[in-house]
Design a protein around this ligand. Sequence first.
Ligand SMILES: [Ca+2]
Ligand SMILES: [Ca+2]
Length: 514
Amino acid sequence: MKRALAALVAASTLVAAPAFAADGNLPGGTSIAVTIATPADGAEVAPGPVTVTGTASVGTGVPVADTSLIYVLDASSSTANPGAPSCGNILQCEIAAGLALNAQAQSGTIGDVGMVAFGVTAATADVRPGAGDQLLTGPATDDDGDGVRDIEEVISSTFINGVATFTNKNVGGGQTNFADAIAKARTIAQASTRARKIVVFMSDGFAVGGGSITVPLAGIPDDIDIYTFAVGGGADCAYAGPNNEGSLEQITAATVPGGHCVQVTDVASLPAILPAVIGSSLGTLSMQVDGGAFTPIGNAAITPDLPQDGPVNVSYSVATPALGVGVHEICVRAAGSDGGGSGQVTDCHTVVVNGPAGAFALEATGLVKIPRTPEAVCPPGATKTQVAVNLPPLLTTGALNASCAAAGGTTTAVASVDGATLLGGAIQLSAISSTCVGSAGGNTRSSQVVGTINGTPISASPATIGIPGVATVHLNESTTGPGGRLVQNAVRVEVLGLLGIVTQQIVLASCYLG
Ligand SMILES: [Ca+2]
Ligand SMILES: [Ca+2]
């Protein structure tokens, strides 16, 4: 429950990052970041899938010293039993594990450290050389200036039945008092002002004496997590003791949601296992489009594969589903964890998809061929003007204009002709234009033609007018071209040859979407 709450708080804090590289810290203080490199925020892209590239990292940025780390070492008499050749007896292997963990604790997320030794009773170690009894010091602090980190001096001074530095304390050895060890660890944890407290609790046996662990665990604050390690063949995660004092598993279950005691039968592996308690990892990347569900980005799109232990930096390249015309938001989320729990950061970019379109002022096909003159196409867009065409009696025109422009998901294509005379004066036009506009909201097409056909003024409506034996004239024509392209022709003239067969077509001021 508390872990979920912490992750939720972390997520809501981190997601508030601005719409470029998102940086944050995991609950234990480790840095986590995700960046969308391309497309750039606000980029205009073509319809279809968009390739999204970027990087994500854990542990490579600035950490926050947000965590307190408390070492709990079983110093009961049985820890004099052989542990492993690589570290010595059980206690010496616990010490080696504590030193390895403290070396790991130099990465910047651990703000302070303390220690408990326990046997018949438990004692908080005096971790600073100054007068009196101090519960906490820094993981790298060397107040006595002897070149050895003080907490490591304290850990190393643990002996069978006590701890010697900086104040000698004896805990007795005939019993294994989990309850008092928890109570003393809690005392140190509650003296720390760090946001999270991690307790590393090592024992080579099970509770014998000291009463029930439920007493010191009652009401233990949510920010204290006790990770337990059953060290050696005589230790048992599950055994609750001869008087039902409580098991190592129950200690972790009560303080780490979903957590479990770790059985370390091979004592030699303890120094390597323990540092994982404060290790970090980058777990998953996922992508969201337009506020939908976050979907996992597979390892085929990530280099190197996830998950990865921190510090690590990965790159990704993944395609979105096909994006249609309009404005879209693409978000990439990186999720990771450290000793404090899990968290995530999200980077979002907006992209604009502009639909394809174009416009041209003049095209002639048939006996006389004039390619589209001029033609402007989106993308990329253009504004073009061309001088008049003079081909009497078929055609004379004023200036020819075409433009296409796209912005913000709206594409506008416009064509116009500054007057034209066709077919020896049978068709006389003073203004000819068409406009096509496409956006996510819809498509509009319109055109305007002013002039006369055989002396009769042209109306504003779409119309087909026959000039007997000469031509068929289509005005303000909306039609559909290849591939469903939407076409608007201001004027389309079909010139008739012998037997009324169309031998020539002339289009003036045409635009299209698609
Ligand atoms: Ca002291
Ligand atoms: Ca020192």
